[in-house]
Design a protein around this ligand. Structure first.
Ligand code: MTE
Ligand code: HPA
Ligand code: MOS
Length: 755
């Protein structure tokens, strides 16, 4: 089935926040944000701004009737800075005017005096100064201290991965419209409508049932709107509540880049020990997460880094420690992979470093240590592994030996152009790591004309969730998909939603939809059983018709629905789903946090230009564990998109803050994102269809995040290409591998001499 949004997307008719028709009298908001990264506010002068044409009012922390607090996990983040600023871009005041232009012009007239305080941008420095968001956590398996004595080789090193700008095409924004009795409706570009509702209730000190959050779809979220959409919703609501007028704020791209958090940069140390058979015996790793100036989702992201610190490998002795380090950068947040990729990069670097030291191919070490069914993860869960299946399939299907020979032959024949090849296995746990978040609800109405409306807790953000939800309803009812409409995500229809995140939303919301549809269908069958004086077990609804004992009757779906209505049978159902069997004990750091894991293997080849340092990704050949895909078109799209996003993170997206905490890469002219030219020339995706039981919706495994981590393969393919040119190259494990870094690694000596 095609993505149901294709038609309106292509015609430009899909509705995003900026397409919502404005209510007469709508005002426009714009934020004045801190120009410095850390300091005490001495004075704020809004007089000149107030005199600007069109300005209605300027709000500050003093205007907040409830709590000036938006921190979800930890209450450590103000909506508007009251006494101190903690990062460049921290909102201080909200200008409301009769037009967007007027609001932005007035923002420029606000003056602030700040007594500067020391600025920290480096996570290791923050750790040294004991600036931590939460106490460190350690995951342990076996006993590394004892295990070092059994190792024949021990290799140590350090790595760094930079952050990543989400660059959703639709920037952050919200539109708050006052309703009667001081209720407020907020249209929000958010992955978490309930999060916006809860935060606004807290800020305004009004109950949640007076706040309706409605989301049609997002022009991308990628994690950036899991938690960080709430501020704009709360700000618009604050202004709308005071002024009794609708207020809209749709961020300019540069405001968005400056004021919002990104993927967490990490700095890490590793120590890896192997025996003579290249089995990894022990692994110790310490992660320094750059959390930014407030907790946001950092503790949860840090936790997932620990969960994925051994990627797709079994290591019997592991000790992984993570520090969430508080710096004066915008609070970093969820980003596709949610800390997992950062953890996986380090083990891949450790393997690459070990391979270089032992003069063997990293592929050998990777392959020898792949996770098997029955192996234990450092957090206690027992693996149901597809790692070897994916790996072997990739090696055979794509003929790794031949690919490697081609690369070697090319490198022998070319002096100034080199190829590199790398394998990247992945293993990603599906479920929110916080068990309680794994719940969802669906509300299904069958109308008397036989049409069906479905509302869930899930948000469509381009990942095809609504299409999958529609497929679930169409499949359970066995009716023409055209009869079904998936509605906006709205906190008045479905309450207490988890954000659409963790790749789990089709599973959670799909299963809730399934339960609701099954319940309605059961009641409809009872009606039919009575009509045809047959046993309910003999009734079937198939392709819009009622069947009794396998024989088609003259009852259509419509007739059945009408008969049920006449008999006063409920045609609606609200269902709840919470996946069974998951738990995690943080006091022991053990449990069974994931309903299942997703596996895969990618083979990446690249070509570098050894004069210029530029490069191309020739091909990425993937075997991916989809379970039994319920929508291969969407799932391929998710794989391709995630892969390219991962390659962008690993190779070209270079976030740059200066020492004063100012974002230098603050626009699309200074921040390079992958475009069509940086997409691999060839992407092949093979579906590993597994028949094994899994807890995914219709056994179609979650796909949103896992393929991003194939992008890590591009880093190591570049690494290998550089080594082919200069075997002595001392390449730091410091992503992204920009063309500048490639060039520096190719000719370290020469460049130093030229300096
Ligand atoms: N795909 C598109 N087109 N746009 C997005 O914003 N977000 C990703 C992924 N795929 C995203 C996307 C992220 S971070 C997650 S967690 C999942 O989609 C969430 O949706 P799912 O649970 O339905 O997979
Ligand atoms: N993944 C994604 N988002 C989340 C998670 C998670 O595990 N926990 C809280 N938000
Ligand atoms: Mo995705 S980072 O879980 O929104």
């Amino acid at each position: 089935m095609m993505n149901i949004d294709s038609y309106t997307h292509v015609r430009g008719e899909s509705v995003y926040l900026d397409d919502i028709p404005l209510v007469n009298g709508t005002l426009f908001a714009s934020v004045f944000d801190s120009p410095v990264a850390h300091g005490k506010i001495k004075s704020l002068d809004i007089d000149a701004a107030m005199k600007m044409p069109g300005v209605v009012r300027i709000f500050t922390a003093a205007d907040i009737p409830g709590e000036n607090q938006i921190g979800g996990i930890i209450a450590d983040e103000e909506l508007l800075a009251s006494t101190h600023v903690h990062f460049c871009g921290m909102p201080v005041a909200l200008v409301v005017a009769t037009s967007d232009e007027a609001a932005k012009a007035a923002v420029k007239k606000i003056k602030i005096e700040i007594d500067p305080l020391p600025v920290i941008t480096d996570p290791r420095e923050a750790k040294e100064k004991n600036e931590l968001i939460i106490p460190p956590r350690t995951f342990q398996l076996g006993d590394t201290t004892a295990a070092w004595t059994q190792c024949d080789y021990i290799i140590e090193g350090s790595t760094a991965t930079n952050g990543q700008e989400h660059l959703y095409i639709e920037t952050q924004g919200a539109y708050a419209v006052p309703q009667e009795n001081s209720a407020i409706r907020i249209y929000s570009s958010t992955q978490g409508p309930t999060q916006v509702q809860r935060t606004t209730a807290r800020v305004l000190n009004i109950p949640m049932n007076f706040i309706e959050v409605d989301t049609t779809r997002l022009g991308g979220g990628f994690g950036g709107k899991e938690d960080q959409a709430s501020a704009w919703g709360a700000m618009c609501a604050l202004a709308a509540w005071h002024l009794k007028k609708p207020v809209k704020y749709s961020l300019h791209r540069m405001e968005d880049m400056r004021m919002t958090g990104k993927r967490h940069p990490y700095s890490s140390d590793f120590k890896i020990g192997l025996n003579k058979d290249y089995k990894i015996v022990a692994y110790e790793v310490t992660f320094f997460q750059n959390a930014g100036a407030a907790a946001d989702l950092s503790p949860a992201v840090m936790e997932r880094t620990l969960f994925h610190c051994t990627n797709s490998y079994f290591i019997p002795n592991v000790k992984a420690t993570a520090y969430s380090c508080k710096t004066n950068l915008p609070p970093n947040t969820a980003f596709r992979g949610f800390g997992g990729p950062q953890g996986m990069f380090v083990i891949e670097a450790a393997i690459a470093e070990a391979a270089a030291a032992l003069n063997v191919s990293p592929i050998l070490i990777q392959q020898k240590n792949l996770l098997k069914t029955g192996d234990e993860f450092p957090y206690g869960q027992i693996a149901q592994s597809e790692a070897n299946e994916c790996w072997d399939k990739a090696v055979n299907l794509y003929d790794l030996q031949k690919l490697q020979q081609e690369v070697d032959a090319y490198n022998n024949n070319n002096k100034l152009s080199k190829k590199g090849l790398a394998l990247m296995p992945i293993c990603f746990g599906i479920s929110f790591t916080k068990t309680l978040m794994n719940q969802a609800r669906a509300l299904v109405h069958v109308y008397t004309d036989g049409s069906v409306g479905v509302s869930t807790a899930g948000v469509e953000m381009g990942q095809g969730l609504n299409t999958k939800i529609l497929q679930v309803a169409a499949s359970i009812f066995s009716i023409n998909p055209e009869r079904i409409k998936v509605n906006t995500t709205n906190t008045y229809r479905v309450a207490n939603t988890s954000p659409t995140a963790a790749s789990a939303s089709s599973d959670l919301n799909g299963k809730a939809t399934e339960i609701a549809c099954v319940a309605i269908l059961q009641r409809l069958k009872e009606v039919a059983a009575e009509e045809f004086t047959a046993d309910i077990s003999s009734i079937e609804v198939k392709e819009d018709c009622v069947f009794v004992n396998g024989k088609q009757t003259d009852w259509s779906w419509n007739k059945l629905v009408q008969a049920a209505f006449v008999k006063r049978v409920s045609l609606s159902e609200h269902a709840h789903y919470a996946p069974p069997g998951i738990w995690f004990d943080t006091t022991k750091e053990k449990g069974h946090p994931f309903t299942y894991h997703v596996y895969g293997t990618a083979i990446t080849t690249v070509t570098i230009d050894c004069l210029r340092g530029i490069y191309e990704v020739d091909s990425v050949k993937i075997v991916h564990d989809f379970g039994k895909s319920m929508n291969p078109i969407i799932d391929i799209g998710q794989c391709e998109g995630a892969l390219v996003q991962g390659i962008g993170w690993m190779t070209m997206e270079e976030m740059l803050y200066d020492k004063e905490g100012k974002l230098k890469s603050n626009a699309l002219s200074t921040y390079k994102v992958p475009d069509i030219y940086s997409v691999p020339k060839e992407i092949t995706i093979h579906f590993l269809e597994t028949e094994k039981e899994n807890l995914a919706i219709f056994r179609s495994k979650a796909v949103g995040e896992p393929p991003l981590m194939y992008g890590i393969g591009a880093y190591f393919a570049l690494f290998n290409a550089i080594k082919a040119f200069n075997p002595a190259a001392n390449i730091p494990y410091d992503a992204p591998m920009t063309p500048e870094k490639v060039l520096m690694s190719l000719y370290p000596q020469t460049l130093k001499e030229n300096k």
